[in-house]
Design a protein around this ligand. Structure first.
Ligand SMILES: NC(=O)c1ccc[n+]([C@@H]2O[C@H](COP(=O)([O-])OP(=O)(O)OC[C@H]3O[C@@H](n4cnc5c(N)ncnc54)[C@H](OP(=O)(O)O)[C@@H]3O)[C@@H](O)[C@H]2O)c1
Length: 264
């Protein structure tokens, strides 16, 4: 399928690994001029080189933390006028006992997972409106609509994010600028591997891969029967970043192997 985005400028904020990288690859494959950002330089530079070589396109790496004012200033300076902006930001680690979640932890979660994406969108929307076209996509989490007691540092702030995008997307759709969100369930990514220790701690498990995997399967009950990999969501992400999604406005697409049991 031709996504009709060849030659457009696309920023994947959080594009060196996991779902961000898989999305960046689908965009590169479709012929965009690509910018990818991340905090860790070495992995970012490697990803940029690999994507550029594989898809014969320009990929500009930007070392920047999307969750801070300073990091976003670097991002905006290095990529001032993208047509497409996809965003993913790692939330704080899974929490343990909910009674131990402090105001400081809430502030950190809001700063990273709510204000980070909002500030990036708020910066880029005016130039997209002026051009008469733009696509904004958040890769957030299905715990935004499927509450999980161990994901308080991720889900609630993202529920606020999808509330924000529901309003703003309906305000800016008249200018050809769409915002949509992908809400992933359980994906085996670099990020989920890094979370293993925090997951074990949250549930009081010993740090043993078999024990954790067993608990994970029982706890999460995924109808599809497996944790996905990033390529299972990237085609949808690329579609939402294209003109083909012009009538999809302010939607939250759950990609979770059927785990969230709901009609909508
Ligand atoms: N994997 C899952 O099972 C799962 C489930 C539900 C929701 N999600 C959500 O889906 C999103 C992607 O998850 P993933 O598993 O694909 O993560 P991942 O493998 O860790 O990849 C995340 C990418 O974003 C970058 N990144 C993270 N925080 C950043 C920040 N503050 N500023 C700039 N770049 C940042 C990472 O690079 P650096 O670390 O170098 O910055 C990396 O390139 C996350 O928001 C996560 O909460 C994941």
């Amino acid at each position: 399928m031709d996504l009709r985005i060849a030659g457009k400028k696309a920023l994947m904020a959080g594009g060196s690994a996991g779902m961000g990288r898989a999305t960046a690859e689908r965009l590169a494959e479709a012929g965009v001029e690509l910018y990818i950002s991340a905090r860790r330089e070495e992995r970012l530079i490697k990803a940029a080189k690999e994507i550029s070589q594989t898809y014969a396109t320009t990929v500009t790496p930007i070392v920047a933390d999307s969750s801070t004012d300073e990091g976003r200033a670097i991002l905006f300076a290095a990529c001032p006028d993208p047509d497409i902006v996809a965003i993913t930001i790692k939330p704080p680690d899974p929490n343990g006992d909910f009674l131990q979640v402090t105001p400081e932890m809430w502030r950190e979660s809001i700063e990273i997972t709510l204000l980070g994406p909002i500030e990036i969108m708020r910066h880029y929307i005016p130039q997209m409106k002026d051009k008469g076209w733009g696509r904004l996509l958040n890769i957030a989490t299905f715990s935004a609509k499927n509450p999980m007691i161990w994901r308080l540092m991720s889900g609630p702030a993202r529920s606020a994010l999808i509330n924000y995008t529901a309003s703003v997307s309906r305000e800016i759709a008249q200018y050809g600028v769409n915002i949509n969100n992908i809400l992933p369930g359980m994906f085996a990514t670099e990020g989920s591997e890094e979370n293993t220790a925090a997951y074990a701690k949250a549930f009081g498990l010993e740090l043993d891969n078999d024990v954790i995997a067993e608990h994970f399967q029982q706890h999460n009950k995924i109808p599809a029967g497996f944790a996905a990999n990033a390529d299972d969501m990237a085609p949808m992400a690329a579609l939402l970043c294209s003109p083909l999604s012009r009538y999809i406005v302010g939607q939250n697409i759950v990609i979770d192997g059927g785990q969230h049991n709901s009609l909508f």
